[in-house]
Design a protein around this ligand. Structure first.
Ligand SMILES: [Fe+2]
Length: 248
């Protein structure tokens, strides 16, 4: 079975359209989308309209949850920017999304970890300096809890990775379709950086004998989208979109 995996679109319509065009050559049997669909200063409503129409398996990310369960007054700037663009239909769609899914036996979808949409599965943020490193295999395996999946697909960190964990579990983070770097303050201030401005996604052939994974980086008009972010008063997004590195 050929599975295409998208995550962390963050309202970036041009990146999503470029990924969709690239996807047509892949002929996947299943397309899954791991959340953080809309949050940000870009084109949240247009992305929502596109996603609602797609017969993909969508789950929700932490920002999708925050868009429906937090009062506007306590939202972060990126969630607020998306919130202002969305209508009742979009909010109904966000509220309908499950936190995890198992669309195929043995394949588990989650945004962060299976039990926490705000926790990294494959990364560790060190205290107190905020250095980000690959989590130890045992720690990442523990974060899977009682899952028996052979293949776990996650997002949240925006860092494309394939990891082989104890017990023969493969974890794939496709990276972000729409935002290749960011600063965050939780649990301590840190940056995540893919290191290039490409729109990322992944394709895998999931078979009884194993799993062949391809991490894909797609070119698109990232400078044009960075200008949209700059005009919206978000130099951090503009820098991340244009370079794949965070504004420090
Ligand atoms: Fe995200």
């Amino acid at each position: 079975m050929r599975i295409a995996v998208l995550a962390d679109i963050h309202g970036n319509l041009r990146a999503l359209e470029a990924v969709e065009a690239n996807l047509r050559r892949q002929s996947p049997d299943l397309i899954v989308n791991l959340g953080d669909h809309l949050s940000g200063p870009l084109e949240a409503a247009e992305v929502a309209d596109l996603l609602v129409d797609r017969a993909w398996v969508h789950i929700r990310g932490n920002h999708d949850r925050q868009l429906v369960d937090r009062p506007y007054e306590v939202m972060g700037a990126s969630d607020r920017a998306a919130h202002l663009q969305l209508d009742a239909r979009h909010f109904r769609w966000l509220a309908s999304l499950p936190p995890t899914a198992e669309p195929v036996p043995g394949v588990l979808l989650c945004h962060g970890t299976p039990s926490n949409d705000s926790q990294y599965l494959l990364e560790e943020v060190r205290y107190p300096d905020g250095t980000v490193q690959l989590a130890a295999a045992q720690l990442a395996g523990d974060r899977l809890g009682d899952s028996h999946a052979r293949l776990v697909l996650c997002g949240h960190s925006h860092i494309p990775r394939v990891a082989s964990l104890p017990g023969g579990v493969t974890v794939v983070n496709p990276g972000a379709v729409g935002l290749p770097a960011y600063n965050d303050s939780f649990p301590v201030p840190h940056v995540m950086e893919a290191g290039s401005p490409h729109a990322r996604y992944a394709v895998m052939d999931f078979e009884a004998r194993g799993c062949r994974v391809e991490l894909i980086a797609v070119e698109y008009d990232w400078n044009g989208v960075a200008e949209v972010a700059a005009r919206a008063g978000r130099p951090d997004w503009a820098r991340a979109l244009a370079t794949g590195f965070a504004l420090r």
